[in-house]
Design a protein around this ligand. Structure first.
Ligand code: TMP
Length: 241
């Protein structure tokens, strides 16, 4: 007897990104995301692996997507199938990545000559054009509308959802002694509806320990700070508690 909870058969791989592979299933609405241990930075100019990163990011994304769904955010998450695979709704990805920042860090510190660690007076939402040849440039929402990457209504929904995600994650992480510095989200269309996609994990967020400000995210890999695996494991431990 087949039931809806049976895992679908994995068919052909139709996309391989830097951190994940996507496989088709017999159901055109569902895909399987396979989480790799490969780590890249600076648009893959730096390459390496982080042991068990795929397992940690899969599990952490499950926990965050479940939390967000409970809080009324619609996501592509269906269920985690095993250590490295997640069943997701198929999305037509909006080629504008959404970054929310609470504290100045990373490219914002560099671009605007600000000290890393400065708390922003309000969260800032930014959009980046998803393009490897162009190194994901910062764009205005008007660019996305003008070039047909998203409609004005979609961008409004994306912005509102991104800020809602920020609120939910800030509160959840604060209780676990973690500061949410910034993060990147991807959205896509599923039967015309905008859903939150991709993953939410130390690759796509900056997490700082509240007491020590120790970095518990991929900046340890990007900046050769050491204890990369330890930071990923520590973050999972906090999120699981
Ligand atoms: P940034 O400061 O380098 O622009 O990064 C902002 C946030 O986006 C940070 O939490 C890391 C995340 N991010 C990704 O998920 N993918 C990327 O390719 C980059 C550059 C950043």
């Amino acid at each position: 007897m087949k039931s809806v909870s049976d895992n679908p058969e994995k068919r052909e791989m139709f996309y391989e990104g830097k951190a994940k592979k996507l496989y088709a299933t017999a159901d055109p609405d569902l895909v399987i995301a396979y989480f790799k241990d490969d780590a890249t930075a600076f648009n893959a100019k730096k390459k390496g692996t982080i042991e068990d990163k795929g397992v940690i990011n899969n599990r952490m994304s499950e926990l965050f997507f479940t939390l967000l769904e409970r809080e009324g955010v619609k996501t592509h998450f269906v269920r985690r199938m095993n250590d490295r695979e997640m069943l997701c709704k198929r999305l037509e990805i909006v080629p504008a990545e959404t970054v929310v920042r609470n504290i100045v860090a990373g490219s914002m510190a560099k671009r605007l000559g600000r000290e890393e660690g400065e708390t922003l007076p309000f969260p800032i939402v930014e959009f980046y054009y998803k393009s490897d040849p162009l190194d994901d440039p910062l764009i205005l929402p008007e660019h996305a509308i003008a070039f047909g990457w998203a409609t004005e209504a979609e961008l409004r929904a994306i912005r509102e959802t991104a800020l809602r995600v920020n609120r939910v994650l800030i509160d959840f992480l604060d209780q676990r002694g973690v500061i949410l510095v910034d993060f990147k989200l991807e959205f896509g269309r599923h039967h015309g509806e905008i859903l939150l996609g991709d993953e939410i994990c130390p690759d796509t967020c900056r997490f700082w320990d509240k007491a020590t400000r120790k970095k518990l995210d991929k900046d340890r890999f990007r900046r050769d700070l050491g204890d990369v695996e330890g930071a990923y494991q520590e973050m999972l431990r906090r999120v699981e508690n």
